[in-house]
Write a protein that binds this ligand. Structure first.
Ligand SMILES: [Zn+2]
Length: 80
C-alpha cells in the first residue's frame, strides 16, 4: 500500500466512526426521553419538531444548543 492508500483508508474509517458517533448509543436509547446527549455538543436539551408512530414513537429532535438534528425511536423494553 502506498501512503495515499493508507490516507484514503484512514479517511474512510474516520467517516464511518463519525457516522456511528452521530447516532444515539444504546445506552442513550435505554436512558429514555430525557437522557439524550447531543453527540456534537453534549447538551441534553432538545426541541421536538415532529412525532409520529411507526412501530414505536418516532420523534425528530433538535439540539437546543447547537441545532443538531437527531431522530429517536421509543420502544418498550421487554422484561424490564
Ligand atoms: Zn448540540
Amino acid at each position: 500500500m502506498t501512503g495515499d492508500d493508507i490516507q484514503a483508508l484512514a479517511n474512510a474509517i474516520a467517516e464511518k466512526l463519525e457516522a456511528v458517533n452521530n447516532r444515539p448509543t444504546l445506552r442513550q436509547l435505554a436512558a429514555g426521553v430525557e437522557g439524550w446527549i447531543c453527540p456534537r455538543c453534549g447538551c441534553e436539551r432538545w426541541w421536538v419538531s415532529d412525532t409520529r408512530f411507526d412501530g414505536g414513537v418516532i420523534r425528530k429532535r433538535e439540539c437546543r444548543n447547537c441545532h443538531k438534528l437527531i431522530k429517536t425511536i421509543e420502544q418498550p423494553i421487554e422484561d424490564a
